[in-house]
Design a protein around this ligand. Sequence first.
Ligand code: SAM
Ligand code: SF4
Length: 329
Amino acid sequence: MTPVLHDNHGRPISYARLAVTDRCNLRCFYCMPEEGIRYLPKKELLTFEEIERLVAILAGLGIHKIRITGGEPFVRTDLMDLIRKISRIEGIQSLHLTTNGVLTAPHIPELKALGVRSVNLSLDTLDRTRFQVITRRDEFDATWRTLMQLLEAGIEVKINAVVMEGKNTEDILPFVELTRTMPLHIRFIEEMPFNGEGSHYPRLNWTYRAILEYIQSQYRLEKLPDEPHSTAYTYRVPGFVGDVGVIAAFSRTFCGTCNRIRVTAQGMLKTCLYDDGVLDLKSLLRSGIPDDQIRMELGKAFRQRPKDGFEAERKRTKVVTESMSTIGG
Ligand code: SAM
Ligand code: SF4
């Protein structure tokens, strides 16, 4: 196995999240303005061949975990072709997906056959009307169907629920209740100002601590050991089959163990969620230079990572307003 590279702060870099499109079939309040964002022209996106080449180059740097995300990955035509290609790349040991679930269900048997290890499903509410208000689309049933079919297929499911004041805090306890009988991992995420417009609030009230305290006002929680490099603090209600976690995406308490990089749909490398993009991989991939040279450039970028999301944000040239759909969630 290729040894994993370490960054300038001694953190192993073993995980890449690839946004395969910036397009989406929903308009989540916390991610995009109602009118949508200006999408990239197709030629600006990395092609499947470029993504496949890039993943092989990353595997040669010791990256062994890949997540496909977006935008909504399933709105990219023939996404399954790409997943098939990536699943065959030597050195990639685990393949994961993040999806809103609207178009996912028909592909579940093949995802299982290709060995997709887990799916993060975005679902912020258990109520159909609130779903429509939050996502500005009436697709609750499709997402719920995907959830049920993933569980039936035996694919591990993490539910990503962004907690938003005035929008879905009444769903927090019902989500915890779901873990009584369903083997789900519920992850409550602090809202970040990545919605294409800027921050929704002067300050964030629903921090991971506030979410935890709220759950603990109704349930006894026991701490579970967190997976290495996990961004979530995980707990279980004793006797329940699933678990719950909180992700301090805004408070950024997890940077010290961060093992991940991101590649945006237009092929920019981000070594931190909060940076501006530090290497134009698309230009490198299209420049005719050999893989080894691209690998060297990547290695250089890995050795110049900011210590944490606060340092990355200070170094930005633009204020943080872009949509998570452009960044690649
Ligand atoms: N469309 C897919 C989905 O929704 O799962 C994948 C892309 S989406 C950008 C990835 C994740 O980012 C989702 O789970 C979503 O909840 C999260 N996300 C988007 N905007 C966010 C924000 N402003 N704050 C926190 N999480 C956000
Ligand atoms: Fe689309 Fe996912 Fe963003 Fe919602 S969070 S608008 S589903 S990209």
